[in-house]
Design a protein around this ligand. Structure first.
Ligand code: UD1
Ligand code: CA
Length: 459
């Protein structure tokens, strides 16, 4: 097999998105659209991957900096797709063999389709092989004009005649090229069209006029070739990605009550017999175990959920862990590395930040627990607050096993509540409480007998 090089075009402005964000960073199924394209490119194991950037080049390069081995070339100004490809000439000057060109705005393409394109291209020895598709609504796409069986040229929608616009075979914008002679040919393409741009599809007519072989591969799965130019297309393409993910999960034994309103990112994993209710978003690198129940209105991001965990309605869980057999919510907020231990229970209107709640412990109502290390079998009463911030530093609260924190207590950190200690209701704890002790604060209660009657008589 010849050497393989990949080029991804992503320099265009994406005018039709009407966005300050580069088009290819808009999310499709929860992931920036160009990440789908890069993932597919990598699976072909090419010698090189070159990304053509231009509009918002810095933002795009920064967003993709986590990838190893990408070469970036800047196209400035952006004079069209042929011009974009020409900017890769210096990066690929020692290249030979085959180059596959992808568009950063065509995210659904699969590696199977690319392999089919590559084998058609290499078995025919063509100078270029165009991936095409026959679609119901070809509006906006370049049309494949054939002379007999052979492709003669590609005409852009804007430049097409009424008759050409009726052609339903369209250009996917994906091609395999022989590197040999490609850059010289690109230099001969003129910008004689409605947009005054250098159109890459013009390479077809050019090669034909020079007697070089031009091939096509008609894709079987039309949806794969969807290009995204507008927010309507973005939403429609996201839907397809979501549907695929949902179908995979259901096939593996996960119940989705209403797949239409369930938003699960591609990298999320879920164990069998877990039930996901409507209106749930599971994002990023979240993993969920088996036999869990996730109720409506829950959002979980980058978190790890064990087995048999129940997340009641309307919880927001970010960067946290819930151990097996725990339950949280409704209306709980977990963030910043919160850990809920096995069989522990977090109730309504409770926030946990950078806090570990030990096995079997409970914080059932209205609490803020931040920067706290809480042991096993601890009871945190309603309205408990860790005062973790002194205006300068975040301070740590430690609550040892079996302690009982009475309702409406403030724990002024740094502070430790010893093993099995009690904190009376309404206590402001400013000093450590020894194990087994009872802490109370505030003055002794006074009852003024008959006070109410006296007050009434006065007024
Ligand atoms: C392009 C094809 C069209 C095809 C369609 C498939 C051309 C002229 N037309 O049209 O035949 O049916 O894709 O989706 O190629 N880009 C650059 N630099 C530029 C211009 C564009 O890098 O100067 C990039 C864009 O960022 C995008 C890709 O090239 O990723 C395609 O450009 P776009 O303007 O979206 O082309 P279409 O009008 O969709
Ligand atoms: Ca496009």
């Amino acid at each position: 097999m010849a050497d393989l090089h990949l080029v991804i075009l992503a320099a265009g402005k994406g005018t039709r998105m009407k966005s300050a964000l580069p088009k290819v960073l808009h999310r499709v199924g929860g992931v920036p659209m160009i990440e789908h394209v890069i993932a597919t490119a990598k699976r072909l194991q090419p010698r090189s991957i070159t990304v053509v950037i231009g509009h918002h080049a810095d933002a795009l390069e920064a967003a993709l900096s986590k990838h190893q081995g990408l070469t970036f070339v800047v196209q400035e100004p952006q004079l069209g797709t042929a011009h974009a490809l020409l900017t890769t000439e210096s990066a690929l000057r020692h290249a030979s063999g085959t180059m596959i060109m992808l568009s950063g705005d065509v995210p659904l393409l699969t590696v199977n389709t690319l392999q089919a394109l590559l084998s058609r291209h290499e078995s025919t020895g063509a100078a270029v092989t165009v991936l095409t598709a026959v679609v119901n609504d070809p509006t906006g796409y370049g049309r494949i004009v054939r002379a007999g069986q052979k492709i003669a040229r590609i005409v852009e929608h804007r430049d097409a005649t009424e008759e050409e616009r009726r052609i339903q075979e369209v250009n996917s914008g994906i091609y395999a090229f022989a590197v040999e002679g490609l850059f010289d040919a690109l230099k001969d393409i003129a910008a004689e069209n409605a947009q005054r741009e250098y159109y890459l599809p013009d390479v077809v007519a050019l090669y034909r006029s020079r007697g070089r072989t031009v091939e096509t591969l008609i894709a079987n799965h039309v949806d794969e070739l969807r290009g995204i130019n507008s927010r309507v297309e973005l939403a429609a393409t996201s839907r397809i990605v979501r549907d695929r993910k949902n179908a995979d999960l259901m096939a593996s034994g996960v119940t989705l009550d209403d797949p239409q309103t369930t938003y699960i990112d591609p990298d999320v994993s879920i164990g069998a017999d877990t039930i996901i209710h409507p209106g749930v978003s599971l994002e990023g690198r979240t993993t969920i175990g088996a036999g869990c129940e996730i109720h409506s209105g829950v959002r979980i991001v980058d978190s790890r959920i064990g087995d048999r965990v129940v997340v009641h309605n309307h919880c927001v869980i970010n960067d946290s862990s819930l151990e097996s057999d725990s339950a949280v919510g409704p209306f709980a907020h977990l963030r910043g590395g919160a850990v809920v231990g096995e069989h522990a229970r977090v109730g309504n209107f409770v926030e946990l930040k950078k806090t570990a709640l030990g096995a079997g412990s409970k914080a059932m109502h209205l609490a803020y627990l931040g920067d706290a290390q809480i042991g096993a079998k601890v009871n945190v009463g309603a309205g408990t607050i860790t005062c973790n911030y002194d205006g300068v530093n975040k301070n740590q609260t430690t609550i040892e096993d079996g302690a009982f924190i009475g309702s409406d207590s403030q724990l002024v950190a740094p502070v430790t509540i010893g093993k099995g200690a009690y904190v009376g209701s309404g206590t402001t704890v400013r000093e450590d409480v020894p194990p087994g002790a009872l802490a109370v604060s505030g003055g002794k209660q006074r009852n003024l007998e008959g006070w109410v009657d006296k007050k009434r008589k006065r007024s």
